[in-house]
Design a protein around this ligand. Structure first.
Ligand code: FAD
Length: 277
């Protein structure tokens, strides 16, 4: 199948994008790396009248650090972020999770923000945003707002983004995970979407934050004390896994996904504590 005909816009500036979004609203689609959108267009799962290609806009291609956050602009590819020289030091969790996002070919075009906007429950970058309690920066002609990960992703492939809003950047808190971090995912092959992914960071406040992707309709987090006993942890993870619910698909049943959570979390807690020691 081929896409429905659309008008292609290559914007000159962010202002140009915001003008086009204000004019066309839900008839317009932003295209970043196109790694998810092109398939959706070809299958006619989406039928926009206007496609706004932001991939070559230099204004959006930057990684900035301020006192608290690493800000990744909307045109920064996953490969560019992965090769950012400060990644391991500033965001060790992302340094571990990013190589699992697709393949180097897809990472060369796919963007960090595009993955967050696509909001696939099995995706590693939304998992990282939820785990690190990052935020999404949205801009429209009405102004700018920032949403926490939990406010932004509202369900499977669903976000709180308005039709006239551009995600201009995502912001990851600096240094989270430097005291201990672990990531693992189970997928059919490396580069496939995760059946289940688990990330853990030591928050530095006596707590471990645990995020699970691929089970519920969005990444889900809990916190447990660093000093928790293995029996208490098993009980908490049991309840957490049940509460995630899960879904059956071609790759795994909901029951199998919950079982992976029960098995992966305790071993990753040990890994996080060892990494911190
Ligand atoms: C073979 C293959 C394997 C893959 N494996 C994985 C994997 O293991 N894990 C994983 O997480 N992903 C995987 N992906 C998806 C990949 O990571 C995509 O790059 C990502 O999901 C979307 O990023 P993109 O920049 O390509 O966005 P696009 O495809 O261009 O856009 C995706 C959606 O987000 C919207 N959007 C994009 N940017 C913005 C913005 N700035 N503001 C508002 N809306 C925006 C678009 O309108 C569209 O609805 C895979 C893709 C392929 C082709």
């Amino acid at each position: 199948m081929k896409p429905v005909p659309f008008t292609y816009i290559q914007p000159r500036s962010v202002q140009h994008i915001l003008d086009a979004l204000a004019e066309y609203g839900s008839d317009a689609r932003i295209m970043a790396g196109g790694q998810s959108l092109m398939a959706m267009l070809n299958l006619r799962l989406v039928e926009p009248k206007v496609l706004i290609d932001i991939s070559r806009l230099e204004e959006l291609r930057n990684i900035r650090i301020d006192d608290n956050f690493i800000e990744v602009g909307a045109a920064v590819t996953q490969a560019e972020f992965l090769s950012w020289p400060h990644l391991e030091q500033e965001a060790p969790f992302i340094a571990r999770a990013l190589p699992w996002v697709g393949h180097f070919q897809t990472r060369n075009r796919g963007t960090v923000c595009g993955s967050i906007c696509h909001a696939d429950p099995s995706s590693e970058i939304p998992l990282a945003l939820a785990l690190l309690q990052g935020e999404v920066v949205l801009r429209s002609k009405r102004g700018e707002r920032r949403l926490k990960a939990a406010q932004f992703q509202t369900g499977m492939l669903q976000t709180a983004r308005g039709d006239d809003e551009l995600v201009v950047a995502v912001r990851f808190p600096r240094g989270v995970g430097t005291k201990g971090v672990a990531f693992r995912e189970v997928a059919r092959r490396h580069g496939d979407f995760a059946i289940v992914s688990v990330g853990i960071v030591d928050t530095g406040a006596g707590m471990l934050r645990i995020a699970v992707g691929g089970v519920a309709d969005r990444p889900s987090c809990i916190e447990v004390p660093r000093t928790i006993s293995s029996s208490d942890l098993a009980a908490i993870v049991e309840t957490f896994a049940w509460d995630l619910g899960g879904f059956d698909d071609l790759h795994a049943s909901a029951r199998f996904r919950r079982d992976l959570v029960r098995r992966l979390v305790p071993s990753l807690v040990v890994e996080t504590l060892q990494c911190a020691a």
